[in-house]
Design a protein around this ligand. Structure first.
Ligand code: 9PG
Length: 595
């Protein structure tokens, strides 16, 4: 039975409570119909009560359990008619984590990647808050969206935070109307009798079509300010081992590059995946690294660089020291088998996930981060951090996926200390705000623009795969996040013109794009392959990067001018310059114009 109370419908400054809106809850055994709500107030949905309040330009909300038994909540949602559809309706799709497909999508034409034939459960779990397959015709955006109905003003809608739960916007055409669902995603978190869970506010703003980048930047500014975003770290130039040596990296590779780096302007020197004896065991090395981690850090520091190291803190291989000594720390899947956090042949196939709701696991993460900093690594690249968001049996079933990720990150921050520089990667974006200093905002670059033979390898999710074209797409589309939520990390520069399938034009175009983001500028080449021209290109794009970064501190972040027009955008404006690029299927070229 529906009950309505509270004030009558009132216009909220900037955006009234959506007329005709309905409230919905989902969860196991929660088989209750949607309930209309005329304005701020409380509605009852079976054992659950949802209370909506006003806030300028949006609403506040909470969910409570009025019953005598615990309930599990998958999602609480507001469903509304978002107006008439005009020609070519579309939305800005923000992917769930660093690598997830991001960019404008067209209603009635594009499909949610989960709907691809043979899309894998792991892909769906990695790349969305909700791993269920989307409804036909439904497009999703996580945390924030801009909806262009095809006529009239555009609507920017976002969650004010992603710290305690995820937020998903679901949009579809309903005849000649646009239907919008704003969903607080709790992932089956248990709500005990008599308890209430506050949900993150929803904030909305209308604007002209051409205002989309400014609306996104304003949303990010608000979320960052409200979430204590770490936005004051230094502009950073560095070197990283991954995109030259991949998992086969040796200590010799690191040392030979360090020896050649005297003329290079690197602040940070970062060892990536490949040093560890096993995924999960981060404090020692495999036999390709005869020295210990502390010795390598000391030698990097002696060369005048900040030592950096990669880890996937929430994952553990079944044969790792951590998993074999603490089998109870590994998350089980509902089937009773180990939850699979990733499948990677370099890691001995399947790796599991640590239970970040277990206080012993959190103590272990804190101690691991503290030990790495103590060994001399104040720069930590935290990868595959979506792990604890996957659905499984966790020790504390009251925690949402976002809270599970965040608890792990908080433990790492406690251990690493406030001075450490943490880079998020494979990270659900909302969970990282206030904890990471920099965030990978796109998929991996690669020594190719697009690798045709990869198409269809990961059905539905080709855009998340390593390819410079994929990094390009997301890094331009998410440029507005820079120095609002963290420092953007668009992924590495690849400057070499041998041992690569990137054309010289593509090498230069990507380097300029990285510069125009104002974000981290990390080179990932064997320095023996590079010459004076390559160093001049790095100097050119880091000078540009510093100028863009400085402008983003005192003014707006870089503006992706065609973010709502092009699925693969090519325009980025900042600090009196504009990147004008022609990103194509097989190659890219770009020039810089003064504006
Ligand atoms: C190390 C690498 C590098 C790189 C990271 C990350 O979807 N995938 O299976 C997938 C695997 C690896 C990957 C991204 C996605 O790369 O982004 O910079 O650190 O791990 O293994």
């Amino acid at each position: 039975m529906a009950r309505q109370q509270g004030p009558q419908r009132e216009a909220i400054a900037g955006a009234p409570w959506p007329e005709g809106a309905r409230v919905r809850v989902r969860g196991p055994g929660l088989d209750v119909a949607e309930v209309p709500l005329e304005g701020p107030g409380t509605v009852v949905l079976g054992p659950v009560e949802v209370t909506i309040g006003e806030r300028p330009g949006g609403w506040t909300w909470s969910v409570a359990n009025r019953g005598d038994e615990a309930v599990r909540i998958d999602a609480v949602a507001v469903v509304e008619d978002a107006g008439a559809a005009g020609p070519e309706p579309r939305l800005f799709r923000n992917g769930y984590q660093s690598w997830s497909p991001t960019g404008v999508v067209r209603l009635g034409i594009d499909e949610d990647p989960s709907r691809a034939e043979r899309s894998s459960p792991l892909s769906r779990q990695m790349h969305h808050a909700d791993h269920e397959i989307a409804e036909p015709g439904e497009l999703r955006s996580e945390l924030v969206t801009v909806l262009d109905r095809g006529e009239g003003p555009v609507l920017c809608a976002g969650f004010a935070s992603g710290a305690s739960h995820d937020g998903t916007f679901r949009v579809r055409l309903d005849g000649d109307r646009v239907a919008l669902t704003t969903e607080a995603f709790l992932g089956g978190a248990r709500l005990d009798p008599g308890t209430r869970r506050p949900l993150h506010d929803v904030v909305r703003a209308d604007g002209e079509r051409t205002d989309a980048p400014e609306l996104l930047a304003a949303w990010a500014g608000g979320v960052g300010a409200g979430g204590g975003a770490r936005t004051k770290g230094p502009y950073t130039v560095g070197w990283c081992s991954w995109y030259q040596y991949f998992s086969g990296v040796t200590e010799d590779d690191v040392r030979s590059n360090l020896a050649r780096s005297a003329d290079w302007p690197f602040d940070v020197f970062q060892v990536d995946d490949g040093f560890e004896p096993s995924i999960g065991d981060w404090l020692s090395c495999n036999d390709r690294f005869p020295s210990d981690l502390a010795t390598i850090a000391a030698d990097i520091a002696r060369a005048g660089r900040v030592p950096g190291i990669w880890l996937a803190p929430f994952l553990a291989a079944p044969t790792s020291e951590v998993a074999t000594s603490h089998p109870g720390w590994m998350v089980q899947h509902a089937s009773g088998r180990s939850l699979v956090g990733n499948t990677n042949p370099d890691w001995g196939a399947h790796v599991g996930v640590l239970d970040t709701t277990d206080p012993d696991v959190l103590a272990h993460l804190e101690a691991t981060a503290a030990a790495l900093v103590e060994m001399g690594y104040p720069y930590l690249k935290l990868d595959f951090t979506y792990g604890p968001s996957l659905p499984g049996r966790f020790a504390d079933p009251t925690r949402t996926p976002a809270e599970r990720v965040r608890a792990g990150l908080e433990a790492i921050r406690r251990g690493a200390g406030q001075e450490a520089f943490l880079v998020g990667c494979g990270m659900p974006l909302g969970a990282g705000v206030g904890l990471v200093d920099a965030m990978r905002i796109g998929p991996d670059v690669a020594p190719w623009w697009r690798r045709g033979e990869d198409d269809g390898l990961v059905p539905g999710y080709d855009q998340s795969q390593p390819a410079t074209r994929n990094a390009w797409r997301s890094s331009l589309a998410r440029s507005f996040m820079h120095r609002r939520l963290w420092l953007n990390d668009p992924d590495c520069l690849l400057l070499r013109t041998t041992q690569t399938r990137l054309s010289p034009a593509a090498v230069e175009a990507w380097a300029r794009a990285v510069g125009m983001t104002g974000g981290l500028a990390v080179v990932s080449d064997d320095l023996a392959l590079l010459g004076d021209d390559d160093r001049r290109l790095l100097e050119e794009v880091t000078a540009l990067g510093r100028a863009v970064d400085r402008a983003s501190l005192s003014g707006p972040p870089p503006r992706c001018d065609d973010v709502m027009a092009e699925a693969l955008p090519g325009r980025l404006s900042a600090a009196g310059a504009q990147l004008v690029a022609a990103p194509g299927t097989d190659d890219v070229s770009a020039r810089l114009d003064r504006t």
